[in-house]
Design a protein around this ligand. Structure first.
Ligand SMILES: [Fe+2]
Ligand SMILES: [Fe+2]
Length: 194
């Protein structure tokens, strides 16, 4: 299993330039992402329209929350392309994105690491990619504060590629493994996802 993990999580991810230079990394991601337009081919069985609830299983909950983040971006993007005020949509996008990252970093990943003993593998890569995402979100917030809607949209394209590749790994590998390792603790863990 470790070999599979290394193949999936180890090869990618411009690890030499993590959070410190988020603007550099997407260029290397661009080619791969354009070949894979679907966010998570075959990996997600969840309903795209629904919102995750703790009543769902671990994998379904987090996968549906990915879709909720995608939806929040789609609403924001549509407004950014027009002239209407976007503050509310921005606040919502930022809220659901940062909440998702925190849920994983503060609840899912520590529980996964504890259950499997794998602290330097998939979760480490995922945390690094989260740092990249947070840096891009901060850039977008700064651009928005300057009234640069086109700039926000451009960084949004970068964000979308980061998120698609990241989510594919989580939905295709990490969540199924976590569900297997943590399924019995899900009702307890899900209480902390608020
Ligand atoms: Fe993540
Ligand atoms: Fe995620």
């Amino acid at each position: 299993m470790a070999g599979i993990l290394r193949g999936l999580f180890g090869k990618k991810s411009d690890p030499s330039t993590p959070a410190s230079s988020p603007t550099g990394s997407p260029a290397t991601d661009r080619g791969a992402a354009s070949d894979a337009p679907a966010p998570a081919p075959g990996a997600s069985a969840a309903s795209p329209a629904s919102t995750g609830t703790p009543a769902a299983g671990l994998r379904q909950f987090f996968t549906e929350d990915h879709r909720a983040c995608d939806d929040a971006w789609a609403r924001l993007e549509e407004l950014l392309e027009g002239d209407d005020d976007v503050q509310e949509a921005w606040d919502e996008y930022e809220r659901v994105m940062l909440r998702h990252l925190a849920w994983e970093e503060e609840v899912l990943f520590p529980a996964f690491e504890e259950a499997t003993g794998m602290t330097g593998g998939p979760t480490m890569v995922m945390r690094m990619e989260h740092d990249q995402m947070r840096a891009v979100i901060q850039e977008m917030a700064d651009l928005l504060a300057q009234g640069d809607r086109k700039g926000v949209l451009a960084r949004g394209d970068t964000m979308l590629m980061l998120v698609q590749q990241h989510n594919m790994k989580e939905e295709g590998m990490l969540y199924p493994m976590a569900e297997q390792a943590l399924g019995g603790r899900w009702s307890e863990l899900s209480q902390r996802l608020k």
